[in-house]
Design a protein around this ligand. Structure first.
Ligand code: 2P0
Length: 328
């Protein structure tokens, strides 16, 4: 094995403005539609990977607790791909921590698999480009491919797509803050993967989503490149509601009363002339998109919504990076 045996990487969650929902048929965990997200600063996953000849099995420590079952199997699947590419069989110890609450509704799988992919590639001594790291991360969790890059990032999807992720615009391209309205401390009832599977299998609106999402993605991309915050926000809110409408028709409901109350407050705020827009992922927490100068006043309004427990404020930030890499 060449190069490092141990590496630590940091990655951040991302929020999709143009949503990914559903998987294309075939291998590789390629999305059924293209998506576009913003990588967030201020919340981090830090993951260390050490390939250790003395281990008989991979070990995964998540937030201080030894992980077993599906979380560990998912990490081992990623490590197996890295071992195959590096031509090694050595097992690894993975230690990962989030500095944000895992029940905050921020996709911890996105920052988690982005950090794991980058740390394992470097620890195995592979000199991969970011797009290759993103391809590895996507196979574990598609949204993780976007967290490999900073700023505004797109992920290909649909027929003929390979699931490539690439940066579209730098973090400062849009004057934007994300207010994450935390509405519960509980883990979500239906995983994204299961929710997508049910939607694809039974939603009467699946074909409509497949037809609409690429247009929505293209329009959001154009509005972003034009620096048009209001248009990005309007289209992002529409993308989220279209995704949820499609999922709801399959019986997959992520909204809680607090989600609806916060959405109503965002719209009431907008009616007063303040540009504020909502997006919602596979959980009940609402994320409000605002301009930096409006963040404090909008935050104050959302904090008084019944069911909103607390609000995290994030800015666009940088992609995954290696913080330490060393030989034994
Ligand atoms: C997104 N979400 O674009 C969408 C919107 C949630 C709602 O990507 O099955 O954890 O591991 O590829 O990436 C969450 O899905 O799903 C997600 P898998 P992932 O951000």
């Amino acid at each position: 094995m060449n190069g490092a045996r141990s590496a630590t990487a940091v990655a951040h969650p991302n929020i999709a403005l143009a949503k990914y929902w559903g998987k294309r048929a075939g291998e590789g965990n390629v999305p059924a539609v293209p998506s576009l997200s913003v990588t967030l600063a201020g919340m981090s996953t830090t993951t260390s990977v050490t390939f250790d000849e003395t281990l008989v099995d991979d070990e995964l420590v998540l937030g201080g607790a030894m992980a077993v079952g599906r979380p560990k199997a998912r990490a081992s699947e990623l490590l197996d791909r890295v071992r195959a590419a590096a031509g090694i069989a050595t097992r690894a110890r993975v230690v990962s921590t989030n500095d944000f609450p895992t029940a905050s509704g921020l996709a911890s799988s996105a920052s988690g698999f982005a950090a794991l992919a980058l740390a394992s590639v470097r620890a195995a001594g592979l000199d991969w480009r970011a797009d290759e790291v993103a391809d590895l991360a996507r196979r574990s969790s598609a949204s993780a491919a976007r967290s490999v890059f900073g700023g505004f990032v797109e992920l290909d999807g649909g027929d003929g797509a390979t699931g490539a992720a690439r940066p579209v615009a730098a973090a400062h391209a849009l004057d934007m803050r994300v207010l994450v309205c935390v509405t519960t401390e509980e883990a979500k009832a239906t995983s994204s993967t299961d929710g997508m599977r049910a939607t694809q299998a039974t939603s009467p609106y699946w074909a409509a989503w497949l037809a609409d999402a690429p247009q929505s993605h293209a329009a959001i991309r154009a509005a972003l490149l034009a620096g048009d915050f209001a248009r990005v926000g309007e289209l992002a809110e529409r993308s989220a509601l279209a995704m949820h409408a499609c999922a709801m028709a399959a019986g997959i409901v992520y909204f809680s009363p607090a989600t609806i109350a916060a959405l109503a407050e965002v719209r009431a705020t907008r009616a007063l002339g303040l540009p504020a827009y909502a997006t919602i992922d596979a959980g009940p927490h609402l994320k409000c998109l605002v301009k930096a100068g409006d963040a404090a006043v909008v935050r104050g309004r959302l904090a008084s919504v019944p069911g909103v427990l607390r609000i995290l404020e994030a800015t666009p930030g940088e992609g995954a990076r290696v913080v330490t890499a060393e030989a034994p």
